[in-house]
Structures are given as C-alpha cells and as structure tokens.
Design a protein around this ligand. Structure first.
Ligand code: KG4
Ligand code: ZN
Length: 344
C-alpha cells in the first residue's frame, strides 16, 4: 500500500511517500524559518503563500524520486488540523484535487496523531498501549494511546505550549526565530542554578501544565536593574531546567497513574537533549522505557502524515471519496471518533 503524505499546517512544507512494507520511499521538506525570522514569528498569510508556491514542486519531486505516478498511489493523506486555517487549506486543496483526479481516497489526518505515531517508524518501535508526551510549538499534552485512533487526553497546558515558551523566552533573551533550538544550545553552556525560577503546577496533583508564568519570570529577571548580558546563558539554562523538570515529573506521573511502562515523546521539543536525558534517567527508575522519533522526524514533516494515513487505511478505516476540502484548525486529538471528522 502506498500513501502520499502532505504536511502544511504551519511553517514547514512536507511531502513523502510511505509504503507499508518498505517504509518511506521518498520525501521532501522545506522550512519557511527564514521567511518568518524577520517578523519574529510565523506570519499566517506568508505561510499559506509559500505552501502554494512549493507544494506542487515538492509533490512532483517526491513522486519522481519514488518512481511513482499519482495513479500508483492508494491514497493521499494530508494534515487537516490543527494548524493555521489558510496553510491547512493549501495542503487539503492539493490533496483533495489530486485524489479526485486519480480516483483514490484523500485522508484527512490529525497533525498530532502524525507526531505521536512517528516513533513507530523506528527500528525498535514501542508496542501499544503507551503514554505519549506531545511537546510542540502549539501543544503540550499527555495522552493515553491504546491503539491507532484510540486516544485519551490525560492532561495539557492551560496556557503556553512548551515550544511556545521556548520561543518566547528566546525572544526575551534576544535570540532569533525559531528560538527553541538556539535557546537549548545556549542553555547547554549555562549554570542552571544561578536564578530561582518557578516550576509551574509541579505539585498541582493533576497532569496539566502552565508555562506562561515561567516566561514572565524570565522577563522579570532579564529586565531587572541587576541584569547583565553575560547572565544570558545561565538564565537560558535555568529556564530549560524548569521546563524539563515539570515535563518529566508529569510524564512519570502519567506512567504511574496508567500503569504503563512505555512513554513516547513527540513534537519539536522532543528534540531537546536535556529533556531526553532527564526522561531517560527518571524512566529507568520506574522500570519504564522512553521512545523517541528519529531526530529528523521530531519536527513537522510529510513522512509522519503519510504513515498515519497508511495506518488508518491498514486498519480498514472507511474513507469517503467526496471531494470535500476539510480542515479543522482547532481539533482535539481525543475527538477523532466519535463524533468523527467535521468542519469546525
Ligand atoms: O512539532 P514542531 O516542529 O511544530 C509544531 O507542530 O509546533 O515543533 C516546533 C517547536 C518550536 O517551538 C521549536 O522552538 C521547538 O519545537 N523546538 C525545540 C527544540 N527543537 C525544536 N525546543 C527546545 N529544544 C529544542 N532542541
Ligand atoms: Zn508539529
């Protein structure tokens, strides 16, 4: 079974072909980071226009590399949400139009499902059920994953997502966009103990998170009269340690509560080395194991969307071949079915 995957929910244009027996046959990825860097964040209208510019080129390139025609495909999967409405519509329109022309189904895929299933593409994949920690620029969630399509929300952020907190804190510290990786690089050279920063909701007794107060605490330190530019690395390290501590504590609590012994970490912040080290160390103490996607699959890409679409087809999910452009900018992962897919 061969599925073309299209990702265009935010600032990455990703295309891939996944084959159920041989894995990823070809993929292409373009990041718009440079386009948005001057504005210090993603500009939705520019994102949509860039997806329009590149998607047809990347689709042709990926199919050529895979040695396939559109008519050789079994389905076309695309990110239908959550994400930026205009950006999602570009991927949805291209996927639905191609699928209609080829007479094959188009599969609307949940972006976070793509992320959380991506560790299954590794050589040593986790077995169901498992707990998933989704940490991206737009989401911070703990999910109980029973099987493909069977997800229960255990806890989530009440305000900023972890990646958003990294990006906003990086901005406060004068780093460029996207700030997460730059802040992490700086933090690796810093002394985390210099500043006392809060651990929001560490003892809240539930599995929810909050990161906006932490970002404000960083802002207060950086704008105090005693602030000196050479403290930047230590403040970055202090911030990272606070986020890592809270994410790890809640992830371990989720494992304990569910009795599961497998944790899957997905989303851009999952690439953070300090987070990985801490999760690995604490999981060992619980007799649990942590699974990560390959580094190139941590951030947005087309492979995870093609893979998620293929998993749903393999499980016999019925798909409509109506040429309806379906996107859902706000789409809770726990609402995959029922009530099923609908336009928000
Ligand atoms: O999953 P992703 O590529 O896109 C979304 O769906 O949001 O995640 C991007 C987020 C950004 O906020 C970025 O700053 C953050 O992941 N990120 C990191 C690291 N690499 C990416 N945050 C902390 N440490 C990193 N190494
Ligand atoms: Zn993502």
């Amino acid at each position: 079974m061969k599925v073309l995957g299209i990702e265009s929910s935010c600032d990455e244009t990703g295309v891939a072909v996944f084959e159920s027996r041989r894995g990823c046959l070809a993929q292409a990825l373009h990041t718009q980071a440079d386009l948005h860097a001057v504005y210090g964040g993603v500009v939705p209208e520019l994102a949509s226009r860039d997806h329009i510019r590149l998607l047809p080129i990347l689709v042709r390139q990926t199919l050529r590399e895979a040695g396939l025609e559109v008519t050789d495909l079994d389905a076309i999967a695309y990110t239908a949400g959550p994400g930026l409405a205009g950006a999602l519509l570009v991927g949805a329109s291209v996927a639905e139009a191609m699928a209609l022309a080829a007479g094959i189904p188009a599969l609307p895929v949940h972006h976070l499902e793509g992320h959380l299933l991506s560790p299954l593409l590794s050589d040593d994949p986790p077995a169901f059920p498992f707990v998933a920690l989704l940490v991206s620029g737009g989401h911070t969630q703990l999910m109980r994953v029973v099987d493909v399509g069977d997800y229960e929300l255990l806890g989530e952020t009440l305000d900023d997502a972890a990646g958003e907190a990294f990006d906003k804190t990086a901005k406060i510290l004068g780093l460029g966009y996207p700030g997460g990786p730059q802040l992490a690089a700086l933090a690796a050279c810093g002394e985390a103990g210099r500043f006392r920063l809060p651990r929001p909701m560490l003892h809240s007794g539930d599995l929810n998170f909050s990161f906006s107060g932490l970002k404000t605490a960083v802002l207060n330190v950086a704008s105090s009269p005693d602030w000196r530019p050479e403290y930047q690395t230590d403040l970055a390290a202090g911030f990272q340690q606070a986020v890592v501590e809270v994410l790890t504590a809640k992830a371990m609590a989720a494992l304990e509560r569910t009795g599961m012994r497998s944790l899957v970490v997905a989303g851009g912040v999952g690439a953070n080395r300090a987070l990985r080290a801490r999760l690995d160390a604490d999981a060992v103490r619980l007799g649990a194991r942590v699974h990560y996607p390959a580094p190139e699959l941590c951030t947005d890409n087309g492979v995870m969307i093609a893979f998620a679409g293929a998993q749903r087809l393999i499980r016999g999910e019925r798909v409509s071949v109506d040429p309806v452009i379906r996107v859902r900018p706000r789409w809770p992962l726990a609402e995959l079915r029922p009530p099923g897919f609908g336009v928000a």
